[in-house]
Design a protein around this ligand. Structure first.
Ligand code: ZN
Length: 145
């Protein structure tokens, strides 16, 4: 059964990330600086290279792979919650190459910004905290309490 909570919209931040920054780390740093513990993030732009993950559902391990080419960020969608008492960004991206072919996956450190415009939607409500989920092996939201 789905577990749903009501949360409220607070405000938005919009801006651009630094050329050469690590995409995931830069968004995470903004959340830590602005004390954003719950929110949504979206972004578009381009990267110099990318590192994405794919979760193997049988083995319960991520396989990470590198895309050593310049790519467009056609979509970045993510959320911000708490893990180990600090804000954590969970984001997935779709990236396209010079021929329009797309790659996608779980955004990992090692994805380097060429240019990126980001919007962070700050939310307020019950704490969303990640902890190990035995069934999936993933750090999912603990929503049962
Ligand atoms: Zn993911």
């Amino acid at each position: 059964m789905a577990t749903i909570r009501e949360i409220k919209s607070v405000k938005m931040f919009m801006g651009k990330l630094a050329h050469g920054a690590d995409l995931l780390e830069e968004i995470t740093n903004i959340c830590v600086d602005k004390d954003i513990c719950l929110g949504r993030v979206e972004a578009l732009g381009a990267v110099k290279k990318a590192r994405l993950g794919y979760y193997n559902q049988q083995d319960h391990v991520y396989r990470f792979y590198d895309l050593n080419q310049t790519l467009e960020i056609t979509n970045l969608t993510g959320n911000i919650s708490i893990k180990d008492s600090v804000p954590v960004v969970h984001a997935h991206v779709t990236l396209s190459d010079k021929d329009g072919h797309a790659f996608g996956g779980h955004l990992a450190p090692g994805t380097i910004v060429f240019a990126c415009e980001v919007a962070i939607h700050v939310l307020d409500g019950p704490k969303f905290e990640r902890g190990l989920d035995q069934e999936t092996g993933l750090p999912l939201w603990k929503m049962d309490e």
